[in-house]
Design a protein around this ligand. Structure first.
Ligand code: HEC
Length: 271
């Protein structure tokens, strides 16, 4: 009896200490606030209008520095931004891309993009070295950004996340960084960037992008929309994965019921 009490007390002490540790860590590196994402959970879906607004923010602001290594054609994804073939063709043609093969004179040449081409690097920064020389650090390629950046969830979240299906840590962190420039006099101080000093100067201002669907032109909305867009870009097959996951669960439930009935039947005969 006594040892059991001691064990419980010990377990409690360990839990309390790790919680305290997590809190101490947070004080230095706050967690970005969790947003309500339309694509959260098993039934979550991308919001097409939001992805289109997010792409607009990427195109008008982020693409000045960040590369996005996806083919134009992916923007036709019906689970994603869902642009028409004609829209994507017209969009691709507004970019100049480097042809894979040299011309008859052996010269590498530029031509207008086609849907099969990948977004070219920003005009100002043809490569990472050029960007790092100008900005102090090279801006990461945005293709996988939403999956590659993470923050410490800490105790007890890393346990509860398994049950709530929380997977939007990269998305929340992008939103957090974009809205985390809270020192008005210092455009490179960021609440959610490790160490608080970020090489990216505050990229968004209210009104900088003109939405055409009536969504207010605020930093919060730009940040939310572009974070959603980048989440889709990093995992365009997310909807498919969720559909398959859901079917697998339904299948397992049906299978369990059948097995139960079979078992009952077999044992009924045995009696
Ligand atoms: C003026 C150039 C510039 C613009 C415009 C810009 N960025 Fe950046 N961005 C950078 C640089 C440079 C870094 C690397 C910062 C660092 O690691 O200190 C960066 C880093 C980031 C990070 C942090 C990645 C990490 O490692 O945690 C995110 C998120 C990000 N950018 C998103 C965006 C989004 C979204 C936009 C458009 C709304 C945007 N950026 C516009 C230059 C830019």
């Amino acid at each position: 009896m006594m040892t059991r009490l001691k064990a419980s007390l010990l377990a409690f002490a360990v839990l309390a200490a790790s919680a305290g540790f997590a809190v101490a860590q947070e004080a230095d590196q706050p967690k970005p606030p969790e947003q309500n994402w339309s694509f959260h959970g098993v039934f979550g879906r991308f919001d097409q209008a939001q992805l289109q607004r997010g792409f607009q923010v990427y195109r008008e602001v982020c693409s000045n520095c960040h590369r996005l290594s996806i083919p134009f054609r992916t923007l036709e994804d019906q689970d994603g931004p869902g642009y028409s073939e004609a829209q994507v063709k017209a969009l691709a043609a507004t970019y100049q891309v480097t042809n894979d093969e040299p011309n008859d004179q052996g010269k590498i040449f530029q031509r207008p993009g086609t849907p099969a081409d990948t977004f070219p690097p920003p005009d100002a920064f043809p490569n990472d070295q050029a960007a790092a020389a100008a900005l102090g650090k090279a801006p990461p390629d945005m293709w996988l950004l939403a999956k590659s950046i993470k923050y410490e969830r800490g105790f007890p979240w890393f346990i509860t996340d398994v049950f709530t299906g929380y997977q939007e840590d990269g998305t929340d962190l992008i939103y957090g960084v974009l809205t985390g420039y809270t020192h008005k006099d210092d455009p490179q101080w960021n609440l959610y960037y490790p160490g608080h000093r970020i090489a990216m100067p505050m990229p968004l201002q209210d009104g900088a992008v003109k939405y055409t669907d009536g969504t207010p032109d605020t930093v919060q909305n730009y940040a939310k929309d572009v974070a959603a867009f980048l989440t889709w870009a990093a995992e365009p097959t997310m909807m498919e994965r969720k559909r398959i996951g859901f079917r697998a669960i339904v299948f397992l439930i049906v299978l369990s019921v059948l097995m139960y009935l079979v078992k009952k039947r077999i044992w009924a005969d045995a009696h």
